[in-house]
Design a binder for this molecule. Sequence first.
Ligand code: NAP
Length: 516
Amino acid sequence: MTELLANHVAGRWQTGSGAGSVLKDPVLGTALVRVDAGGLDLAAAFAFARETGGKALRALSYAQRAQLLAKVAAVLQSNRDAYYDISTANSGTVKNDTAVDVDGGIYTLSQYAKWGTALGSARHLSDGAAVALAKEGAFQSQHIQVPTQGVALFINAFNFPGWGLWEKAAPALLSGVPVIIKPATATAWLTQRMVKDVVDAGVLPPGALSIICGSSAGLLDQLQPMDVMSFTGSAETAATIRAHSAITRHSVRSNIEADSVNCALLLPGHAADSEVVQLLAREVAREMTVKSGQKCTAIRRVLVPQALYDSVAQAIGAQLAKVVVGNPRNEAVRMGSLVSREQYAVVQQGLAQLLQHTTALHDGRGKALLDADPAIAACAQPVLLGCQDPDATASVHDIEVFGPVAALMPYRNLEHALALAHRGQGSLAASIYGEAPDALAQAAIELAATHGRVHVVSSEVAKLHTGHGNVMPQSLHGGPGRAGGGAELGGLRVLDFYHRKAAIQAQPSVQQALDN
Ligand code: NAP
């Protein structure tokens, strides 16, 4: 029998009472560990986090809590090798892809530690200046933000078991809000191990960080009005969560990061052999293959002028042809596996749906895997689809295949291109490729209406830009509409989510005393 990983709730490690779900190696098919949340006293778990963890965190200043984040980052850094091993085994990722998850999480924590230090010894935040409500300012209104006196419940997706926890926990803990994380079952091992290392190192107050692995049953029922909930996952689960009474009746503040059919747009007026066309082709291939395309921000639609359709298809295809897929333990492999055999089936199904209205411009599916058994491994080869009539083909704008798949589509003019981009109905990220600053800026403003982040690439930033799909803590992560309507990161902006805003109406001396 494999090890049953413990949950950490109410300040102690507790194993579930059931046999648990088995986590597998998606390349070898072997069983790794089990997780189970059966029999946990969830009410006690939430109460302990809220009361013990919340009080201890709120007693500290922002700068003191920032120091805690720095200590968490140091603990993770010192155990980094173990996280790489777990990622290889449980997520099937090559080292570069593991880095996005593990090192990305550590980097995000470190950034919030730095930004939080700058907030100093304060225990609440001022929001703007006081404004007069009476003559000569004898009675004023000042808005402040105080940490919410509840718990932050995080329900996460399988693709980022490391970063997915810390990009949420860093701002929550900095705000003084205790965290309960429920990782996706398929890859919960890395999250559990990271939390275990941090808890065992004793760097956070008891109750500040809890983890529940396994079923999500009953978690939302525990939410109370001052709690917050942040979900990352599919639009389908998001819809169920939105309908839960905690959200509909108790107004529990919720943040939803759901799926997204992101696009890359090559502006008109560039030659087939120009640098921006090459930049676009490389970025599309990279986005399709990093983490085997299992990135919520990955490019799914590629919009190019009609005249460049064939040459862009060839350029992307040439990049994809170099990608060796297989067992991530083999140094020659550039792309590992999908997260599970179940996801492999879901990806093949989505691909088949898209292929009903598109053609394969590059199809890696005939290629052999390196060091992996195609009957067992969840390794998917990249496929670039071509869609000649994107106006009439709804599926390419609607179906997110969460794997190494993207669709190329031609446009007639810029107006047409922008209209096609908007058909994603709200996405996390769009990238624009071109050279003229004014044209790039105008397109960026236009796409900002339906995208949380617009990534602009010209030859000037060819070697500097951070990548279409890389989520930087400095920038907003979230998108309107279909993307869930969420807002994470963006520096200190995200602290709004973990604070309550209030207007304090009082005489000037009281207003001044607020800052003491
Ligand atoms: P999922 O099936 O929706 O699961 C997400 C999480 O919700 C898991 O922890 C899951 O637990 C839990 N869950 C399932 N049913 C639930 C319910 N009824 N109530 C409460 N929680 C429930 O999504 P996934 O397959 O893990 O993730 C892939 C999707 O996430 C993709 O579509 C991708 O686009 C999206 N995604 C979005 C972002 C973003 O930032 N916008 C980032 C990453 C991924 P179990 O695992 O135990 O079932």
